[in-house]
Each structure stands twice: as C-alpha cells, then as structure tokens.
Ligand binder design. Structure first.
Ligand SMILES: [Zn+2]
Length: 468
C-alpha cells in the first residue's frame, strides 16, 4: 500500500513523568515518516497538561475526522501512550484505523503498529505505560489470535518448538501455531537433567553443539546462552511479558514445573555457574578459602626443577599470599568427608522434611498466578482502571517473587541423586570433577587454616563446615 498523506500526532502530558517535549516528538516522527517514504501532510498536537479531569483533546478529534474523511492514510506517533489514554480508546482507534486502512508507526520502543504483534504490545503498553507494568489479558490475547490470521508469526520461536501452519475449514491459511519439536525438546529435557545434576553451563553448551544443534542465528551455543534459555518460564508452560510471569500459557510445556523449579534453584544459587575461562582442573580451586584473609584459594603448580626435590601442586592465597597448602592431603580429607556424608545421607528423609513447605509455596504461587489472570480479565472488562490494575499487579508481583524464592529454598537437592547410600565411595570416585566441584560448592564451606612453618599436614588444618 502506498501512503499518500501522512499525519503526525503529538501530545504533551503531565501524567507521564517524562514530559517529553512536543517539538522533540514531532521532530522524531518527521524523521520516521521520511524514513518510511511517507509524505507528511499534517501535524496534530494536543496539550494535556491541564489539571482538570475528563480532558478533551480537540486535535485528537480532528485527527479522527481526518482519518474518517480519508485526508490522511498514515499516522506516526512518538509512542502509543501519546495517542490514546485508555485501553478502550486504543481499541476504538485501532478499529477505526483498520476500517480506513491507515498505516501506523511509532518511534517508542519496539512497538510497530503496522504488525499484529506491535498492536498487541501497543494495547498493553498504551494502557499501563505510566506505571511500566505490563499485563496481558486473555481478551487481548484472543484478539491477537484473530489478528494473527494474516499469516504473520508472532515473535521468535524458542528452541524446542517449531512453527506449524494452520489451515482453516475452508483450506485457507490461518497463521501459525507453535508445536513441540521432538528432537529439540528431548535436548532441552537432557539439558535440565544435566544442569540439576551439577554439570556446568559450559558442558551443557558442548552437549548441544556436539549434537549438531545451533542457535536461531546459526551459531554454536555458549554457556551463558544456554543458561538464559533454561531460565525461560515458557518451557514450564508459563506465559511472560516484559520478563515477568503473568499467567499460564496455552502451549505444551517441555518440562514439568518441578524440573523447572529445580533448575532455577541451581541457576540462582550463589557462587555457581561460571561460564568463562577454562574449566578448573583441581577439586577445590576457587572453592577452598584462605584461613587468614577469606579469599578463594588458587592452584599453584610448581614447574619441574631437576635440582630440587619436586613439590606437588598446592593451593595458594592470591590475596594475602601468606598461605600455601599442598593439594594432595587436602583432597584426601575432603573426599573422605564426602564419602562419609554421602554414605549416611538419606535422600528420602531430607526430601520429606521440606516437601510440606515446598507444597505450600507451590500452592501459593499457583494462587497468585490465578489472581493475575482474574485481574487481567477484570481490566479487560473495564471493571478496574489501569491505575488500579497496576497497583494490584505490583503487589502480586512482589508476592510472586516471595513464593518463587520459597520454592527455590525448599527445593529438594537433586544434585546428590545416584551418589548416596552404601555405594557412595565408588560413586563419588567415578563422579566427574566438574560435578564433584558443584556438589562441594553447594554443600560445604572449606577453609584452609594457617599453620606454623615446617609443620606437617594435619587434618585440623582444614575446616570443613556444612552450608546450612
Ligand atoms: Zn589469604
């Protein structure tokens, strides 16, 4: 469609906190119109700063007439929240624009009113932009699904899913939907399993690359990319908007909520998830702490020297440099401790302890998500205002964060699966270094204590404390 006459609508408003000047809006909109090759025909400007309620916007009304009369067939706004002030107003505007085939564009953010996705975002953004709380209602979503029938896929399909064309009863193209890609979904489930078992993001990325998978852009996976991917709540069936969980999605989850929660617990535990540099080659480097200053100890591998009696590798403190300890006896001690710990560790009783609290936290989160869905419905039905919704939503988001923190805290520690009981000694021996390090890191605080010069190693020179 070729644009004949483009309009610009600008509004200055007291209620947005940013007080973006009208001239700046017009300047940017003019540039956007030029960029799109839309001939500029008219500029509409309202001043909304008046303190009175029920503000009238004469220029906005003139804009609507210009659209109805066909005087303009395109419109550029700085941001959707300049154009309309309520969801209902935005709905009426988009209907009008659709009827008259008006091309729409905006500068602010990612919102492109020319696409169904952009319109959906605009509906959300326009309604509550002031509070920067973005909430998606079911009603808007249904409308979006109707809009999606023009065949445009909405957004990037995440790894694990693929797009499937929809054909309606009459054999016509009815857009896309996302379905599980079995091979990718299997890989995702394996990634969660590896993560929960204590493997590093680096080795997860290697697993994907070795299996021949690539990122959407055709690159190999890196550890941090995989970490971000596994954080996506959509794999557990949650719908998100602007980085927040806002309700249940209607697609098929790839992993259970339980697996997802455990993975998030792993990903958010402090001191974990190093994705850069080389994989440490020593059991306790970066884990054992200096008993003098508290810094994490580093390995020191002396070069072989023909004239001297060779000394074995040691841990040294890089901060105070006053503490050095041979690795060998420390490793022996820690391994012995771990085997004893794992042998008598009872997975069932430890799981039982926290399972009630976990259940409560999960119930509480589900209740909050349900309230969010209801809230969105009330808002879409016009029963509450954007301001009310924003305020309630803010409270709900805080409660949701609490519930999720509780879920993480009471998560059974699956990192020990397969290692406990009578076979612990053999199992620990056979565990890869990386997983051993992850387990030690999550369970123990190990401090190398200072000792006098020349004193031989004694077990009391290492303090091993469980992390509660
Ligand atoms: Zn030190």
């Amino acid at each position: 469609m070729t644009v004949r006459a483009c309009g610009i609508y600008a509004r200055i408003s007291s209620d947005d906190g940013t007080a973006l000047g009208v001239s700046r809006q017009i300047e940017d909109c003019t540039k956007e119109a030029e960029r799109r090759g839309w001939p500029l025909s008219e500029v509409f400007t309202d001043n909304d700063v008046s303190a009175t309620k029920a503000k009238r916007r004469p220029e906005y009304e003139r804009l609507l007439s210009a659209i109805e009369s066909g005087a303009i067939d395109a419109l550029v706004v700085y941001d959707v929240d300049r154009l309309t002030r309520t969801p209902a107003e935005l709905e009426r505007f988009i209907d009008l624009a659709d009827r008259h085939h008006v091309a729409l564009a905006s500068i602010g953010g990612e919102v492109d009113l020319a696409t169904p996705q952009g319109r959906l975002t605009a509906r959300i953004k326009g309604s509550v932009a002031r509070h920067e709380v973005e909430q998606m209602s079911r009603r808007l979503k249904r409308k979006f699904q109707a809009n999606a029938k023009d065949g445009k896929p909405h957004g990037v399909t995440p790894f694990g899913y693929r797009k499937e064309r929809l054909i309606d009863d009459q054999g016509r193209d009815a857009g896309y939907r996302e379905v599980i890609d079995p091979a990718q979904a299997d890989a995702i489930r394996e990634l969660y399993r590896m993560l929960i078992a204590g493997e590093s993001l680096r080795s997860l990325a290697k697993y994907l690359n070795d299996a021949g998978f690539q990122t959407g852009r055709g690159n190999p996976f890196a550890g941090n990319v995989v970490g971000n991917m596994l954080r996506k709540p959509r794999y557990a069936g949650h719908r998100t908007h602007a980085g927040q969980i806002i309700g249940k999605g209607d697609w098929e989850p790839i992993v259970t909520q339980d697996v997802y929660d455990q993975a998030i617990a792993v990903l958010s535990s402090p001191g974990r998830m190093h994705t850069r540099g080389l994989e440490p080659k020593h059991l306790l480097s970066g884990i054992a702490l200096c008993g003098r200053c508290g810094a994490a100890m580093r390995p020191n591998i002396p070069k072989a020297h023909p004239d001297r009696r060779s000394r074995g590798p040691a841990y040294v403190c890089p901060a105070c440099t006053k503490l050095t300890r041979q690795m060998e006896p420390v490793h022996a001690l820690v391994n012995e401790f771990m085997v004893a710990y794992l042998t008598k560790f009872d997975l069932r009783s430890s799981a039982g302890e926290s399972s009630d609290a976990l259940r409560t936290a999960i119930d509480s989160r589900d209740a909050i998500l349900a309230r969010m869905d209801n809230l969105a419905d009330s808002f879409a039905a016009g029963e509450i205002t954007a301001r009310q919704m924003a305020r309630i939503n803010e409270q709900l988001q805080a409660q949701l964060a609490n519930a999720e923190r509780d879920i993480r805290r009471h998560q059974p520690n699956r990192i020990l699966d397969g290692l406990t009981g009578p076979g612990a000694a053999e199992a620990w021996e056979a565990t890869p270094l990386e997983r051993k390090r992850a387990i030690i890191r999550s369970l123990l605080k190990i401090t190398i204590l200072p000792s006098g010069p020349g004193i031989k190693f004694a077990p009391d020179q290492v303090r091993i404390e469980p992390i509660s």
